[in-house]
Design a protein around this ligand. Structure first.
Ligand SMILES: Nc1nc2c(ncn2[C@@H]2O[C@H](COP(=O)(O)OP(=O)(O)OP(=O)(O)O)[C@@H](O)[C@H]2O)c(=O)[nH]1
Ligand SMILES: [Mg+2]
Length: 443
């Protein structure tokens, strides 16, 4: 009874692992479902496994297995059945009827966690939408349960009317939520536009859930983001100012973590929150190096980024939790597999200075430009302006002009080219401003 003693209100779940497809990894699925169940507030008190060669249309798993689950569930006094696959509404309904217990599939479990964890209005609205969209085709199942408790009325009659009422209500609510989400999306887009206008450099933390993104945000910016050793601790976007080693200020955003097979409804309704990821100048991909499935998790994050609509954004990969790698693992081999990735520990601070240098490098690479301005020798005011606007790299005297090479960021360069054109005496004051990406060797 240890699990009950731990927290009396926790639910007892019997987990059904349906092994299906060439990519199915029993160990990974078991660990993931246990973590998801734990986060949702349930303890896995038993596991039933089945290899599913052919999906049974009515039950997903084989019909004979349903009997076994039923016996085991009674023995173990399970409150509900968790299935590590996504089931159709009919399959859930059939299983529930056969087992006389609640059946929750993987998507519903994730949605439940999101609902439980949502704190802000935006996150709550987004989760509710995803949940309702998921629920709509399943309403019949919910109503059937009620009808059964009420004496097993057939599919026609007042029950059907109630179902129609419920469906209408759900549809109306979905429409309202969509309206609210459009409003949220508008706000998110305005914030991003304002940032773009100011040309603020934004870095977005991305990664699998529970890899330490929020811990890293806190470590780098002294923020106070919520950290927990459970899945999906973060469901909003938190943005903080990060000061780079040269004193430059950029924005660092922490947001929702990814998981394999993230329900599409969630991706769609979290569009506004993921706007931060889509519009970032740089992605800081945080991986958990102490996780046995790190390679797989990295691949899932890359896939999800594509799904979310992120293309062509530069990515810097870091191996977090470097402190927690088991001593027998070959650290060199991990680093060799991902050239350019940095080992860090958000917890101990190891490698964070190198990370900041790497971020600065990326910032410079993307944002700093070299300007070459030819200014007349008799216009010293222009020269002093150049000094004010950036780092003067080199001044070369030419026939009538001074050739000044200056390094600065792009918005300043644009302002400057304007200024030189305005302040100069027309024809001779300004002959060239060329902006080129600063190459790696020159910073
Ligand atoms: N050993 C070790 N643990 C870490 C490190 N960084 C984070 N953790 C732990 O990992 C757990 C998850 O950290 P979070 O920062 O909440 O992870 P997250 O990526 O923001 O997770 P979600 O928001 O749930 O996606 C916490 O228990 C942290 O204390 C690290 O460098 N080393
Ligand atoms: Mg987090």
């Amino acid at each position: 009874m240890a699990t009950v003693a731990r927290a009396p209100h926790r639910e007892r779940a019997l987990l059904v692992c349906a092994e299906r497809g060439p990519d199915y990894d029993p160990e990974e699925s078991l660990a993931e479902m246990k973590a998801l169940a734990d986060t949702a507030g349930a303890d896995v008190i038993g596991v039933v496994r089945q290899k599913v060669q052919e999906i049974h249309p009515a039950f997903f798993i084989g019909k004979g297995k349903v009997q076994e689950i039923s016996i085991k569930a009674k023995e173990a006094k399970a409150d509900l059945i968790l299935v590590d696959q996504d089931l159709s509404p009919a399959q859930v309904r059939n299983l529930e009827q056969a087992l006389d217990l609640r059946v929750v599939d993987r998507t519903e479990l994730i949605l439940d966690i999101f609902a439980k964890r949502a704190r802000t209005l935006q996150a709550k609205t987004q989760v509710e939408l995803a949940q309702l969209q998921y629920l709509l085709p399943r309403l019949r199942r919910m109503w059937r349960h009620l009808s059964r408790l009420g004496g097993g009325i057939g599919t026609r009659g007042p029950g059907e009317t109630q179902l129609e009422v419920d469906q209408r209500r759900a549809k109306k609510r979905i429409a309202d939520l969509l309206k609210q989400i459009r409003h949220i999306q508008g706000q998110a887009s305005r914030i991003v536009r304002a940032r773009k206008e100011k040309d603020l450099f934004t870095i977005a933390l991305v990664g699998y859930t529970n890899v330490g993104k929020s811990t890293l945000l806190n470590a780098l910016t002294k923020a106070n983001a919520y950290v927990e050793d459970r899945l999906f601790a973060t469901l909003d976007a938190t943005t903080r100012i990060l000061t780079l080693p040269n004193g430059h200020k950029v924005l660092l955003t922490d947001t929702i973590g990814f998981i394999r097979r993230l329900p599409p409804h969630l991706i769609a309704s979290f569009h506004a929150t993921l706007e931060e990821v889509r519009t970032a100048d740089l992605l800081l991909h945080v991986a958990d190096a102490s996780h046995p499935k790190m390679d797989h998790q990295i691949a899932v994050v890359e896939e999800t980024l594509t799904q979310v609509g992120v293309t062509n954004t530069p990515v810097l990969l870091v191996f977090n939790k470097w402190d927690a790698i088991p001593p027998e693992w070959d650290k060199e081999a991990i680093l060799n597999r991902y050239p350019g990735a940095l080992p860090i520990s958000a917890l101990t601070g190891q490698g964070l200075d190198r990370l900041k240098d790497a971020l600065l490098h990326h910032y410079r690479h993307q944002r700093l430009v070299r300007i070459t301005a030819h200014i007349p020798r008799d216009q010293p005011s222009l020269l002093s302006q150049l000094y004010r606007y950036g780092t003067v790299h080199q001044i070369t005297e030419e026939a009538d002009t001074l050739k000044v090479e200056l390094i600065t960021d792009r918005p300043t360069a644009q302002k400057l080219s304007h200024q030189i054109l305005q302040d100069g005496d027309g024809t001779t004051s300004f002959s060239e401003v060329s902006l080129t990406h600063l190459s790696e060797s020159s910073d």
